[in-house]
Design a protein. Sequence first.
Length: 418
Amino acid sequence: MKCERLIWALLLLPLALSCSEDDFSPSGTSGSTDPFSPGHRGAVEQVRNVMIMVSGGHNSLSGYLTDDLYEMADGYLPEGTAAETNAFVVLSRLPVNSLSTTSAPVLYRMYRTPEGTVVRDTLRRWTTEDRLFGGSVLHDALLTVQDRIPSKSYGMVLSSHASGWLPPGYYEKPSHFDTMKRGITSIGQDLDDNVSVEMDLVDFASAISIPLSYVVLDCCLSGGVEVAWALRGKTDVVAFTQTETMADGFDYKKILERLLKEPVPNPLGVCQDFYNYYMGKTGVNQSATISLIDTRRMDALAAVCRTLFEKYRTQISQLDGSSVQGYFRYDRHYFYDLRDILVQAGISDPELQELDQALEACVLYKAATPYFMNGTQYGFAITSHCGFSMYLPSRGSSFLDNYYKTHIAWNQATELVL
């Protein structure tokens, strides 16, 4: 079971749309069911920017992800499909009526006609046997977009369940893993008949089959240095959250304006909108962390951390976690602030300055509300926020240590765990 985005309020946004090709349906069940044929349409000239929304909602988030798509359809959409027009593409797998009804992943382009009609133009449909986060669906979908809609740049927003770098199932039942060899990191979830299909971090990175200028992860606990390091060479920048993400997720009313309407894609603006949205709330709903990372500028951070991890290995191993900024609830102590781990380990002022310089080089933006779930049993204050979470071995387990050592590329670069 993945860490669920927190559910506090559900505002249904009914929207009646008339479509000239495929009736708009977030689940992709309406409209043409013709199989994808590479020769079906004529040659497509280059457009400027393409935003790909991966909506993995065949799980308990289905209602929220459906609302997200309606919000985007109700806001800014590119007009038409001319060669110079930016493109909004959706890869989704959402339940038709309930999770017990199997649906197929579908890839479609959404745009608005000059008359205001919202059109969903299906590019490819898989079978009901396929899973969005299983097999090659994501990999093949990105290649299909590149082939059908040539562009100067592509970006991706992914919304689903996740549990950061943890193995699938570990977040819910850690004790089950001491003697089990399960899968690797969890990104995304397909849930059918209580059987969960998830994508590990290595497979997720491998599935990114085209160069991306940005990735926005609207997923719980995804904002770790382990995730950012794994996405080097796949995306220029990544936006993600260190804590759980509230059920509303990102500000989908504005996200297409930021990524397609502005002269160049603006993931920084997406992050700022996210933070401002939650800072504008009160009580438990004023809960958010966010950062934007340049994955091309992380080498200095890895070099500094490798040196500090080696020098302060004993001190790091003795941290009990109580003095370190955590980003978790329910005693799921696997996500701590990277910088604060080293501060509490006792690094010197010159070493801290060097660490901060390395962080500033790759952390383009970071923001956090003063508290997360303030006033609740497992809420906590956020007094330190460097833009990355990280595993703290002294609060882990032998299973996680072995997994981290053998599967996490960040550890191979820095040797946090030997």
